[in-house]
Design a protein around this ligand. Structure first.
Ligand code: G1P
Length: 274
């Protein structure tokens, strides 16, 4: 199987949990340790060998594009003022990866957003990186790609959550394969109640699939919250394909949650006496 060179970053949601802060500024552009959340994610992708990125946006979120595009006026001004460090940072942004954008016309869920990337993905394996999720250390993403290539199977990063938190996430059931140090997944279920949850291993925010996932997404109807759920398509795909889950050895910050947003800022900044 080819290596993973493409990533899709869904960033079209309204960010309602972060209102009013997210009314005009997409939460993906909120600063964490001096740079926007989505820049952390693009850098993580590039570090893992990703060369092409598709960001799914919605109307009103065009400012995400501005962050990664060239701004000649700003560059000229920085040159004039001899601000070399800042100039380098700004120029780096427009050269990080080949970034394209796709609009999601209606907010019909994560599954719908991913389905919109079908023709861009083509026949290549690809990674999904949730646009509001920072992973630390970023080397965990490279490890996910290595496992995908070693075992030639769809793979999803998971992490343990407290039992009373399972209803916020996609949860897996599976058996641990000692030789591979991975779970072989038997079941995916989106946002189950605590009683129905088969484990407390939750989808963390990074997934690698072959293009087969699109076939199942096309057959997926509305799920929980009346949205097309990626997790439902993953469950359908288990009928014909194996899927592994790799436990994240590190931290995951959900930027759509104030407490985690603040924690991310503190943990990822190098403040000495905070
Ligand atoms: C989405 C996924 C869920 C996953 C979560 C991780 O849910 O549907 O399976 O566990 O992201 O953040 P959302 O946060 O969009 O409700």
């Amino acid at each position: 199987m080819n290596s993973v060179k493409k990533a899709v970053i869904p960033a079209a949601g309204y960010g309602t949990r972060m209102l009013p802060a997210s009314k005009a500024i997409p939460k993906e552009l909120f600063p964490v340790a001096g740079k926007p959340v989505i820049q952390h994610i693009v850098e993580e992708a590039v570090d893992a060998g990703i060369e092409e990125i598709l960001i799914i946006i919605s109307e009103g979120k065009e400012v995400i594009k501005s962050h990664f595009s060239t701004n000649s006026d700003l560059e000229d001004r920085l040159i004039l003022r001899n601000k070399e460090e800042e100039l380098k940072e700004i120029q780096k942004l427009s050269n990080l990866a080949r970034i394209e954008y796709q609009y999601q016309p209606e907010q019909k869920g994560l599954g719908d957003a991913i389905l919109l990337s079908k023709s861009w993905v083509g026949n290549d394996p690809f990674m999904i990186m949730l646009g509001d999720t920072i992973i630390n250390p970023i080397s965990e993403t490279q490890k996910l790609i290595s496992s995908f290539l070693a075992f030639q199977s769809n793979i999803v990063q998971v992490r343990e959550v407290a039992p009373d938190q399972v209803s916020k996430y996609g949860i897996m059931d599976g058996s641990f394969d000692k030789d591979k140090s991975l779970y072989k997944v038997n079941k995916w279920i989106e946002k189950p109640s605590q009683e129905l949850a088969p484990s407390n291993l939750a989808i963390a925010g990074r997934y690698i699939f072959t293009q087969d996932i699109f076939k199942y997404l096309e057959g997926t109807g509305l799920g929980i919250h009346n949205e097309i759920q990626l997790t439902d398509a993953m469950q359908a795909m288990l009928r014909d394909n194996t899927c592994f889950a790799q436990v994240l050895k590190g931290r995951r910050f959900d930027i759509g949650n104030w407490e985690e947003f603040i924690k991310a800022n503190i943990e990822l900044s190098d403040f000495e006496n905070l």
